[in-house]
Design a binder for this molecule. Structure first.
Ligand code: SF4
Length: 204
C-alpha cells in the first residue's frame, strides 16, 4: 500500500528519480506516495528532497523524556559518529554522559562479536557446500534482497548486526535499561523497529 509523504511535498518528482527500487509514485492527488512494502529505507529520497518532505519523525523527544524522568538510558554509538564530530577518544563518551545517558557503549564491541560469529558461520556454510554467503549487517541490503531479489535470501548470513549484539550486552548488564542506538544510517531506524533489544534509534 502507498502512503502520501507529507504536506511539505510539492510534487517535484525528485524522490521518484532517486529511489533505486521504484517505491515512490504519483498518487491520484498528484503528490508523491511511498509504498513501504517496496521501500528498503536506503534514505536516498530523504537526502535528495529539497523541501525536507521525506523526513521521518525523530525519536529524540522520547529519549529526552526518559532521561528527564531519570530512567536508565544507555547510548550505543556507531564509531562513525565519533569521526563525524572529529572527537578524540573519550570525548564522545563524556559528552553523552553529560547529556544524561547512564552508560555509553561503542558499537565496535558488537562489531567484534558479529565478525567472529560471521566468520564461524561462513566456515560452517562452506563445509556444508554453500557457494556464497553475504553480510547481514546492512538493513537496507537485507531488505533489498528479501523484497526484490528473494532468490538470494538464503545466502544472507544469520548472524545479527553489531547494533543487536551491543544492545544484548547492554541489556545483559542491566535488563531494565532503555537502549538508544546513535548512528548515521537511516536504515537502522527500520532495523531498530524489528529488534526487540533496541528501544530507540537516533540518526545523526
Ligand atoms: Fe526509495 Fe530509498 Fe526512499 Fe525507500 S528510502 S522510498 S527505497 S529512495
Amino acid at each position: 500500500m502507498a502512503y502520501k509523504i507529507s504536506d511539505a511535498c510539492v510534487a517535484c518528482g525528485t524522490c521518484i528519480d532517486e529511489c533505486p527500487v521504484g517505491a515512490i509514485s504519483k498518487g491520484d492527488d498528484g503528490k508523491e506516495h511511498i509504498d513501504y512494502d517496496k521501500c528498503i529505507f536506503c534514505g536516498n529520497c530523504m537526502r535528495e528532497c529539497p523541501f525536507g518532505a521525506m523526513m521521518d519523525k525523530s525519536q529524540l523527544v522520547d529519549v529526552i523524556k526518559h532521561i528527564m524522568n531519570k530512567k536508565n538510558v544507555v547510548a550505543m554509538y556507531a564509531p562513525a559518529i565519533a569521526a563525524q564530530f572529529r572527537a578524540h577518544p573519550g570525548q564522545l563518551e563524556s559528552a553523552l554522559l553529560k547529556c544524561g545517558f547512564s552508560r555509553v557503549w561503542e558499537v565496535a564491541i558488537g562489531a567484534d562479536l558479529t565478525a567472529d560469529m560471521e566468520a564461524e558461520e561462513f566456515e560452517e556454510r562452506m563445509h556444508e557446500g554453500h557457494k556464497m554467503m553475504t553480510t547481514s549487517c546492512c538493513p537496507a541490503y537485507v531488505r533489498a534482497v528479501n523484497i526484490h531479489v528473494p532468490e538470494l535470501s538464503p545466502c544472507i548470513s544469520d548472524t545479527k548486526s553489531p547494533m543487536h549484539y551491543t544492545a544484548e550486552i547492554a541489556k545483559m548488564k542491566d535488563p531494565d535499561c532503555i537502549t538508544v542506538f546513535i548512528g548515521p544510517c537511516l536504515a537502522k531506524r527500520r532495523e531498530g523497529m524489528d529488534d526487540e533489544l533496541v528501544d530507540y534509534v537516533l540518526s545523526a
